[in-house]
Design a protein around this ligand. Structure first.
Ligand SMILES: NC(=O)c1ccc[n+]([C@@H]2O[C@H](COP(=O)([O-])OP(=O)(O)OC[C@H]3O[C@@H](n4cnc5c(N)ncnc54)[C@H](OP(=O)(O)O)[C@@H]3O)[C@@H](O)[C@H]2O)c1
Length: 205
């Protein structure tokens, strides 16, 4: 029991990002419900607590005509910003960008790539979070592969459940993704599946 109490808490293991490559985190479907309620708040909390590398940029992408200021306003009710965090909060939005584009037009993804080249460097790692309805997963991942892969850094694609609505559609999506990306480039997220376990981490410890 003493060993357990002496052990560093998991939040003591603050990662060191010294000399880290630049990162660009792209939220596809930035105008949506998941983005405003879960993704942007989580990105803000990680940024606030310095749990993302210093030189990380965020790019929202969707069909809606939005500015970063409008995106900020949409997210505001879910960001839980304390008075003493205002300065850091403004820094967060200062490294946010927004690109308007459709999901099925290659040219729009070329423009997204251009924006990423502008805000990052060729060395930047790129992370794409698909906060989108499954109906556009295929076309969006095809366009990401065609236009937006990192040229020198690594690329990661994060997909939210549902991964298909039955066995056939799930296999179809898996085959489509496997044809485009290496398995290590793909992350599948079901943020409810692990929720209880994460909430009970202290009990598990
Ligand atoms: N919301 C949640 O809490 C939650 C929880 C668990 C899982 N998910 C999953 O996360 C993904 C996104 O969920 P969401 O609630 O954020 O969805 P959403 O708000 O309906 O859609 C996200 C964005 O995608 C675009 N969009 C919506 N319908 C579209 C269509 N038919 N064709 C093309 N684009 C469309 C819209 O952006 P533009 O029109 O601006 O392009 C919208 O803002 C889904 O796979 C959902 O199942 C969501």
């Amino acid at each position: 029991m003493k060993d357990l109490l002496d052990a560093p808490a998991f939040w003591d293991d603050v990662p060191s990002f010294e000399g880290s490559a630049p990162h660009i985190f792209v939220v596809l479907g930035a105008s949506g419900d998941l983005a405003k309620k879960k993704i942007y708040p989580t990105l803000w909390w990680l940024f606030r607590d310095r749990l993302v590398p210093e030189n990380t940029m965020f790019v929202g992408y969707a069909r809606s005509w939005l500015t970063v200021a409008q995106l900020k306003e949409k997210c505001q009710p879910y960001m839980k910003v304390k008075d003493c965090e205002q300065e850091r909060y403004e820094e967060f939005w200062g490294v946010n960008h927004y690109v308007r584009g459709s999901y099925d037009t290659r040219r729009d993804f070329e423009l997204l790539d251009q924006e990423m080249q502008k805000v990052g460097t060729a060395r930047a790692n790129r992370i794409f979070y698909l906060a989108l309805p499954p109906s556009v997963f295929d076309v969006v991942t095809t366009n990401l592969k065609g236009c937006c892969m990192a040229s020198q850094g690594w690329t990661r694609i994060i997909i939210e459940k549902p991964f298909g609505k039955d066995s056939d559609s799930s296999a179809k999506l898996s085959n489509h993704l496997a044809a485009l990306f290496k398995e290590e480039e793909l992350y599948r997220i079901d943020h409810y599946l692990g929720k209880e376990m994460v909430q009970n981490l202290m009990t598990l410890r």
